[in-house]
Design a protein around this ligand. Structure first.
Ligand SMILES: Cc1cc2nc3c(=O)[nH]c(=O)nc-3n(C[C@H](O)[C@H](O)[C@H](O)COP(=O)(O)O)c2cc1C
Length: 441
C-alpha cells in the first residue's frame, strides 16, 4: 500500500447529473429536483464507496437554459444536507456559502447546527460571489475584488470566532448543582470590520469535530490564494491538465506556508466528470444521447482549439488525413491539447466532443480502469490530494463508480478500505481547530 491515499468527494446538486439531458433519461425521475429522497439515495451510494464528502456548489439564481436543461443547483445546500445527514453516518458535507451576501452570524449558526446534527461532518466552502444573477437576487451589483475579499476575510474570522465563543468546557449541565452553563466561558466576540460585525456569543456547543472545516474554491487570483492560505483546509479546483493541477496545488500549498501553516493541512481537489460504461463506445453513446444541443453547439469552439475548420456535416466521420496533419494546438484554452490528443486517436468530431473536451472539468469515459488510471496519474504526479467526482447521471453513475472504479483504486493501494474516523476532519486528515487565533485585519 502506498503511504498517501486519495480522498474522494462527489457532487450534491439538482438530483439529475452533470449531462444537460440527464433529467430526460428514462431511469431518472424528472421531479428529482424537489425530491430529497433521490439525493439521500445518491449520498448513501457515495458513502458505500467511502467518499469523504459531498460538495455542493451554490448559485442561488435561475441561470442558463432552464427551458431545456435543469436548474443545476440543489434547492438549498444546508437544508438538503440537514436531511441527508439524518440518513447517513460517515459522509461529510462541504457546502458553498457566500461571504459576500450572507451575514457571518447566520453562516456561523447554520453551519454549526449542521455540524452538531451530523456529528461533526460539516464543512463550509467560503466563496466570494462574482455572479451577477446571484448578486441581483440580493439587490446588489457585483462588488469589485478588493471589496469582496475584504468582506470575506472579515466574515471568516467572525464566523470562526463565533464558533469558538462557546468554550469547550462551558457546558456544565449539572443537574445536581443546578448550573447549566459557565457564563464566563460563553462570552461575546465583539468583532467588527469595514463590512460586517457581530457581538456574539453564538449559543451553540462544540460539535464532535469542534467546528466545521473551511474550504474555498475558485480560480487562483492572488486574493483567493491568500484567503485559502490563511483559512482553508480544502481547495476545490477547476483545472484540465496535470501540469495546471500540479502548479495550482503548489501555489495553494505555498500560500498556506506563507501564512505560517503546514502545507499538508490544505487538501487540493480538482474535478473529474465521469461516465462509467462497459466500453468507451457505450459511454460515448450515453453521453451523446443526454448531451442535448451541447455537442453541435461546441463544434466551432473545437475547430478553433485544434485549428481545422469543421462543419456540421463533418460531425460523424473521423478527421481526414489532411485535417489530422493540419491539426495543432491553436488556442490558449488549456483543453486544446486534450482535444487534439482525442482527435489523433481517430474519433469523429461528435465523439471528440462526447469525450467532454470542452466541459468544465476533465472527463473520463469507459470501464473502471480508465477512470482509475486518470486518478492515479494525477494523484501520483502531485496534482491532487483527492478529487471531486461528478458523474454524468447520478441515478446509476454514482453506484457504477463505486462498483467499478473504487475496487480498482483499492487494489492499487491508492484509496482507503474504510473511513479513517467519523468526522469530516478525521477523514480529510486535517488538524483540530476551535475558534480563531488572533484577529487579522
Ligand atoms: C471549482 C469552482 C467552484 C466554484 N463554486 C462556486 C459556487 O458554488 N458559488 C459561487 O458563487 N462561486 C463559485 N465559484 C466562483 C468563485 O468563488 C469566485 O467567485 C470566482 O472564482 C471569482 O473569484 P476571483 O474574484 O477571486 O477571481 C467557483 C469557482 C470554481 C473554480
Amino acid at each position: 500500500m502506498t503511504e498517501r491515499q486519495m480522498i474522494l468527494a462527489t457532487i450534491l446538486a439538482d438530483g439529475y447529473g452533470t449531462l444537460p439531458g440527464a433529467w430526460r433519461a428514462p431511469h431518472v425521475d424528472p421531479g428529482n429536483y424537489a425530491n430529497i429522497d433521490a439525493n439521500i439515495r445518491y449520498a448513501q451510494a457515495a458513502e458505500r464507496g467511502g467518499f469523504t464528502f459531498l460538495f455542493t456548489p451554490d448559485f442561488p439564481a435561475v441561470r442558463g437554459d432552464v427551458e431545456h436543461a435543469t436548474l443545476g443547483n440543489v434547492m438549498d445546500p444546508l437544508m438538503a444536507a440537514a436531511a441527508i445527514s439524518q440518513a447517513t453516518n460517515n459522509i461529510g458535507f462541504v457546502l458553498t456559502g457566500s461571504t459576500t451576501f450572507q451575514e457571518p452570524f447566520n453562516t456561523a449558526r447554520q453551519f454549526k447546527v449542521l455540524d452538531i446534527m451530523s456529528h461533526g461532518r460539516a464543512g463550509w466552502n467560503a466563496v466570494t460571489t462574482s455572479d451577477a444573477t446571484v448578486a441581483a437576487n440580493y439587490g446588489k451589483p457585483v462588488a469589485d475584488r478588493g471589496e469582496r475579499y475584504q468582506r470575506a476575510h472579515e466574515s471568516v474570522q467572525i464566523v470562526q470566532a463565533l464558533w469558538g465563543s462557546w468554550e469547550n468546557d462551558a457546558w456544565i449541565k449539572d443537574q445536581q448543582s443546578g448550573r447549566f452553563i459557565d457564563p464566563a466561558k460563553l462570552q461575546p466576540v465583539n468583532l467588527g470590520g469595514q463590512y460586517v460585525a457581530s457581538r456574539g456569543p453564538l449559543a451553540l456547543p462544540p460539535s464532535e469535530q469542534g467546528q466545521p472545516v473551511i474550504f474555498t474554491s475558485g480560480g487562483p487570483s492572488p486574493h483567493l490564494l491568500e484567503f485559502a492560505g490563511r483559512y482553508a483546509s480544502g481547495f476545490i479546483a477547476e483545472v484540465w491538465t496535470i501540469e495546471e493541477g500540479r502548479a495550482q496545488r503548489e501555489a495553494v500549498r505555498k500560500a498556506a506556508a506563507d501564512a505560517g501553516r503546514d502545507p499538508d493541512d490544505i487538501k487540493y481537489f480538482p474535478g473529474l466528470m465521469t461516465t462509467v460504461a462497459r466500453t468507451v463506445r457505450e459511454g460515448l453513446d450515453r453521453r451523446i444521447e443526454y448531451s442535448g444541443e451541447v455537442i453541435e453547439a461546441r463544434l466551432p469552439h473545437l475547430s478553433s482549439m485544434i485549428g481545422v475548420w469543421l462543419r456540421p456535416e463533418d460531425l460523424d466521420a473521423p478527421l481526414s488525413a489532411d485535417k489530422l496533419a493540419a491539426a495543432h494546438v491553436a488556442s490558449t484554452d488549456p483543453r486544446a491539447g486534450i482535444a487534439l490528443e482525442v482527435a489523433r486517436a481517430g474519433w469523429s468530431p461528435r465523439d471528440i466532443l462526447a469525450h467532454g473536451v470542452i466541459d468544465y472539468h476533465p472527463t473520463t469515459v469507459g470501464p473502471g480502469a480508465v477512470h482509475a488510471d486518470h486518478l492515479q496519474k494525477w494523484f501520483e504526479a502531485g496534482a491532487a490530494d483527492g478529487f471531486w467526482i461528478m458523474p454524468d447521471i447520478f441515478e446509476d453513475g454514482i453506484d457504477d463508480f463505486v462498483d467499478e472504479v473504487v475496487p480498482i483504486l483499492r487494489e492499487r493501494g491508492l484509496y482507503p478500505e474504510k473511513y479513517a474516523g467519523s468526522t469530516l476532519r478525521e477523514n480529510l486528515g486535517v488538524p483540530e481547530q476551535y475558534g480563531i487565533g488572533e484577529w487579522i485585519s
